[in-house]
Design a protein. Structure first.
Lengths: 258, 309
């Protein structure tokens, strides 16, 4: 059988398996971000936002839309891969893949695509929720879509690495709780870094999530705190670095082979 | 070309434990091969290395001419593995587990469904195809793992204690199934703790102990090495008056049962004759211990003594 056809079938199998997995449990995977986002719009957007007025020249509720959508994408892409891959290690059915003639890059690609699929589904649902509270007038469809997908890829890769190292279910919740959530909140979801004192502005620039949120905000609203070329470069560099590291872990069998 | 060739295969785990100390092994195509050894001998490590679940420390592995270092995908394509422990997604429906495994081997979905139906029907699991794997009984789960391992039609099927915890009826059905696929050309390597299973199924055998091959020969030749065989005999007349049995050592178990040791040079026919001459009719006879079991214990014991004088 043609090698590339074999790889394509294997990739489709992993992806289909992943999509079926999160679709079967949509009450746990798709519904909660929709409800959480709705609460953010009601509390921060409507109640508090009316007192804040405008930020960077747009209504506050419109300002937080990109951050909230991207926050849902980040969290779901990450958690899909980390929980799925860790559970495959835990139940040992990762062995089904390890004994099969599937190259490591196809395994990684399949899981990451599964994470992106969930990120996209949740992102679309959250965007629909946003339409009830905000009039989205998209500045650049291409830019919006590119940042949406690239961010999703980046965090799916992060979830994969977390899953490789995780030894217990606690290990898969530590990074989202203590790293991902603070970085996302401090990445400018609810504020412009122009509001911060100069020293905190500089510290914020070390937060990679800031670049993604600003790039996405530029795509949706046309406003950003940082140059979008720089944001795109940083996202791509992170993706390249994490891809290399994930493939290295798979090649060495770290966390999955003796 | 061998179905499996291991040369100087070594494995040292991260904690320093040397599980394999230079194993050489060759399995011919079409063979039904038993790999036996006590717990912790290195059987599962060897199987794990061949099936790419464990990284080897050094040595060479070749499967149907594919070298594991140079052509791992070629090696993997040839192998079907039934591991010791259940390693499928317990939440997935039975048929999906088999179809997905076919997909990992590049088999398109429509063909994968045909193959899955074929495998599941042969192993009496087709009626359970829509049920979650966790709802299956232990025996069904074992059969599911066999169906999954066969879906890509491997040339080499490796079974790591496939009948552990399975009742005798299912075990015998599995034996006949495995014999059938072996007769159709699939090479089978079997590890088991049921030595009766190895004796009745396998043509060749290797005994591994403390990370080394203690014995590697044909089953027939190995069993010929047996010097003594012990039998339990039920008789129809009372044994109260039975005295000397002409060189056959015997022990009374109860009034109608005796244990007799038949040494090399002696025969079971001769024993029957002795009993008949003494007016005793045999009702039934069985081996006190499985023949291979007896040999296995002797070999493991002597190899242990060689390592620790």
């Amino acid at each position: 059988m043609n090698r590339w056809l074999r790889y394509r079938v294997a990739f489709q199998t992993i992806l289909t398996k992943e999509i079926l997995r999160f679709s079967r449990i949509w009450v746990q995977t798709v519904l909660p971000p929709a409800i959480t986002t709705m609460l953010y719009y009601v509390i921060f957007g409507n109640l508090i936002g009316q007192r804040i007025g405008e930020m960077d020249g747009v209504r506050y509720i419109d300002f937080i839309v990109p951050g909230l959508i991207l926050m849902a994408v980040i969290t779901n892409s990450y958690s899909n891969v980390v929980s799925s891959f860790f559970s495959s290690k835990y139940q040992r059915h990762v062995e089904e893949l390890l004994i099969s003639p599937v190259p490591n890059w196809v395994i990684l690609g399949g899981y990451v695509a599964g994470g992106v699929a969930r990120g996209v589904v949740v992102g679309v649902v959250v965007t629909i929720v946003s339409l009830f509270f905000s009039n989205l007038d998209i500045n650049s469809y291409g830019w919006t879509l590119a940042v949406f997908v690239l961010t999703s890829i980046l965090f799916a890769l992060g979830g994969f690495i977390n899953a490789v190292y995780a030894r217990s279910f606690d290990d898969i919740s530590i990074v989202p709780t203590f790293v991902l959530t603070p970085l996302t909140y401090l990445g400018g979801v609810f504020y412009s870094i122009g509001m911060l004192p100069e020293v905190w502005q500089k510290i914020s620039l070390a937060n990679p999530v800031l670049y993604m949120i600003n790039a996405f905000r530029y795509g949706l609203l046309g406003v950003t705190d940082i140059p979008i070329g720089l944001a795109l470069t940083i996202i791509l560099l992170f993706i390249a670095g994490l891809t290399w590291f994930s493939l290295y872990l798979l090649a060495r069998g770290i966390g999955i082979k003796s | 070309m061998s179905a499996l060739l291991l040369q100087d295969l070594r494995k040292v785990y991260a904690n320093g434990f040397e599980a394999l100390k230079g194993i050489d092994l060759e399995v011919a195509p079409g063979d039904f091969f038993a790999l036996l050894g006590p717990n912790g001998a290195g059987k599962s490590t060897a199987i794990g290395i061949v099936s790419s679940l464990i990284n080897k420390s050094s040595g060479r592995v070749e499967v149907f001419g594919h070298d594991l270092d140079r052509d791992p995908e070629g090696v993997k394509s040839c192998i079907g593995l039934v591991p010791q422990e259940f390693n499928f997604n317990q939440w997935e429906p039975v048929a999906e587990i088999v179809v997905n495994q076919a997909g990992f081997y590049g088999i398109p979905r429509s063909l994968a469904w045909q193959r899955a139906e074929e495998s599941l029907r042969r192993l009496d699991l087709w009626d359970k195809r829509k049920e979650q794997a966790m709802s299956l009984s232990g025996g069904m789960k074992r059969r599911l793992m066999i169906a999954r391992a066969l879906v890509h039609r491997p040339q080499l099927l490796i079974l790591d204690e496939p009948t552990a915890g399975v009742d005798i009826e299912i075990r015998r059905a599995m034996w006949s199934f495995l014999s059938e696929i072996n007769q159709h050309g699939t090479t089978i390597i079997l590890t088991t703790h049921y030595l009766e299973e190895a004796e009745s199924l396998c043509r060749n055998i290797a005994i591994i102990n403390q990370g080394r091959i203690a014995e590697h020969s044909s089953m027939k030749r190995l069993l010929n090495q047996l010097h003594n065989e012990a039998f339990v005999i039920n008789v129809k007349q009372s044994l109260d008056q039975l005295g000397d049995l002409g060189g056959y050592q015997w022990q009374r178990r109860d009034e109608y049962t005796l244990e007799v040791e038949v040494k090399s040079g002696q025969s079971v026919n001769g024993l029957f004759q002795m009993l008949a001459e003494r007016g005793i009719e045999v009702a039934s006879l069985r081996n006190k211990q499985n023949r291979l079991e007896q040999l296995f214990i002797d070999m493991v014991e002597s190899s242990r003594k060689r390592v620790q004088p």
